[in-house]
Design a protein around this ligand. Sequence first.
Ligand code: ZN
Length: 280
Amino acid sequence: MYYIDPHIHMVSRTTDDYETLAKMGCVVVSEPAFWAGYDRGSVDGFRDYFEQLTTFESRRAQSYGIRHYTWLCINAKEAENVSLSREVIAMIPEFLDRPGVLGIGEIGLNKNTKNEATVFLEHLDLAAKTDEQILIHTPHLEDKYQGTRMILDMLNDDRRIDPTRTLVDHVEEHTVRHVLDSGFWAGMTLYPVSKCTPARAADIVEMCGPERLLVNSAGDWGPSKPTAVPDFILEMRRRGHSESLIRRVVYENPLQFFQQSRGFDFEPPEASGATAATAI
Ligand SMILES: [Zn+2]
């Protein structure tokens, strides 16, 4: 089955990972900008990072037959430095028309602070003014419920934001309905140390249905598993779910969401005459 990983940080992964993903049926990855593991010191650090995301990383993916797309922002972990955040937000438009850029992300909250909220709102303003799609990170564990409510309030307060072009990521059992009921797309992240497991994500699909639900690995430089989406496919098959339901969540939904971006030019393999692979 072909699938898409809508949230994975491939700059932190090896070329062996690309090869494994390709063998498992991954045809598209989307990579939001994120924290490097240390705070960058200047706007030029971000300019270099965006250069890597929009040039070298997409070439590296292409050599394994995977299309690479990206999202740009300054991460919430670095938002305490509001003046640097503003410099980065002012610089982002230099990159928005590059091939493979899908929008602004992953913006959001980390510890739900006032500065994080300020920088989040300024990213929303940029996305609204430039008509970009939005990908949102919600906080971890004990901060998730309150942070998700704060994020949804800020989104709902801005009438320029189109929920059908906005993805709220890292949802769990206690936040998914709030996100879907407000009309947004919701992403479930399969992560070994926090967030969802494949079994919990399958439970959520069974509880909420597949509409506007995506599943991703959020693979990065920490403990994470870039092949987590195939794990979810296996879990769904074990439970006896139909191939069409599984395919909707891991392929058709992300395709439908991404197709709303100007920068998304992926041609589905079926349309080019290839037969659907059954790699797993
Ligand atoms: Zn991420």
